[in-house]
Design a protein. Structure first.
Length: 217
């Protein structure tokens, strides 16, 4: 496919791009036995320090075994959301923005670093997109270049014709730009707000709502 500057497809990250993760972390705070402010503050501290969210568990409960606790939680509450999400966690701008983009003939793909259960949750939402994949199914995680190569294959167009929308510079903006895509940083969630202030965010277009995308693209 020849390179082109015209955007023909948009690939979306999931957490804090499409999904508001607030309820997930509030449920974890209760599970951990700490106040919501304590755990959310720990998450913010980890974001500011360039650490992954897993470090927040260690900060508030040293030695805490997240996979073991998650497994125990699933046995206790097999039908609950636990660390998952559903359509109620979609940001309000998601459905109207996707509908507007689809109406303009853009190919829409959802692809992020998510566990296997997230795939079923996203597909159950009946979003107006062409493809939904996650790192568990693709077998590669961001920021690995292989993830963005797989995303481009799903989009079915040249990387130069793809806009990748995410909330982080390290996992989204920089690797998407390096892959030849047009990176768009959405300024929401702790990483989005922090990363929008970093020098490397200059490589991206910064937005505050997905509703900005139809006119932008």
């Amino acid at each position: 496919m020849p390179p082109t500057e015209r955007i023909e497809a948009v690939v979306f990250d999931v957490g804090e791009t499409l999904i508001d993760e607030s309820r997930i972390w509030l449920r974890w705070a209760e599970r951990l036995g700490v106040t919501p402010l304590t755990f959310l503050g720990a998450i913010g501290a980890c974001a500011a320090a360039g650490q992954e969210v897993g470090a927040a568990f260690e900060l508030v409960r040293p030695g805490f075994d997240v996979p073991a606790e998650d497994a125990a939680w699933a046995l206790e509450d097999p039908d609950g959301l636990r660390s998952g999400f559903d359509a109620d966690d979609l940001y309000p701008d998601v459905r109207p923005a996707l509908a507007a983009l689809a109406a303009r003939g853009l190919r829409l793909v959802i692809a992020g670093n998510q566990p296997p259960a997230a795939l079923d949750a996203l597909r159950a939402m009946a979003l107006p997109v062409d493809e939904i994949r996650n790192s568990a199914e693709l077998g590669v995680e961001k920021p690995d270049p292989g993830f963005f190569a797989a995303a481009a294959e799903l989009a079915g167009v040249a990387p130069e014709a793809i806009a990748y929308v995410g909330d982080r510079t390290d996992n989204d903006v920089l690797p998407a730009a390096d892959a030849g895509m047009r990176p768009i940083l959405i300024r929401r969630g702790p990483w989005g707000h922090l990363h929008a202030t970093r020098p490397e965010a200059a490589r991206a277009t910064i937005i505050d709502s997905l509703l900005e995308l139809p006119d932008l693209l």
